[in-house]
Each structure stands twice: as structure tokens, then as C-alpha cells.
Design a protein around this ligand. Sequence first.
Ligand code: ZN
Length: 147
Amino acid sequence: MSKFWSPMLPGEAAWDYIARLQGRENFESEVATLSDEVKVLQALVSSLAQTMVGAGVVDGAKLGDNFQSALETIFPKPQPVGPPPAPTMPDIPALYRDKQRPQISSAPPSEPTVACARCSKQVLHSKTNITGSGLFCDDCYAASPMP
Ligand SMILES: [Zn+2]
């Protein structure tokens, strides 16, 4: 069986070879065989290029440029969607300006309440009177003021 990469194999014969492959039952093993043949081709092309460049038959840089162009034709680079966003500095004043400040209640702090020593009613501390028997609410103090 002639090899696919044989330089003597004309293009039309190559298409016949591919058509025969597609009709085969064990297509996967044929693909594996082709994979091996591709590796052989890689080795052949590589050694050819090294030999030709080493002998001065071809310019190595020119060969590299042409190879790169051929690769970009076969495998085009994906086009970038857009330029990457430029890094930005944080807006320092905004960080402080927009920072959540603790809420300060405008309502006065609640005044503690105490129990009247006489009637036991809970009254504001400011509405009590100091007596010898304890804190009396205004009402109890007004009813019977004590020294
Ligand atoms: Zn009272």
C-alpha cells in the first residue's frame, strides 16, 4: 500500500484514498493509523527543513515566516472582542463621601424612669423629688411634701 505522503502520489489519488477510508468498517483504527502517519509526516517535514536550512538551500528566517503565515491561514486567530479595560484608580473622595455614616438620632436620649417610693408608679427621673423616704413622684410630693 502506497503511503499517503508519498511525493509520487498525485492529488486525485489522495482523494481516492480518503474516499476508500470513509467506506471502511474499522474507521477508528484507520484514524489511528492516519494519526501515526501524520506524526511520520511531522518528522519528515522537520528533518527536510533542517537539512535544507543547514545546507543553505533555503533561508531559515524566511521559512519560519512562511510557516507562520501558513499556520495563521489554517488556524486563524480569534479576533479580540475589544480592548481590555484600562485599569482605573479608585475615586478616593467618593469612597469617603459615599461611605455609610452611623445614624445619629435627633431624638433626645430617653430619660430613665424610677418607681415612686410612695405610689410605686414609674415616672421620669426629672419628675421625682428627693425625700428622706426616697424618691417621690411630683403628685405624691405635692400631696404630702416631706423634708
Ligand atoms: Zn407617687
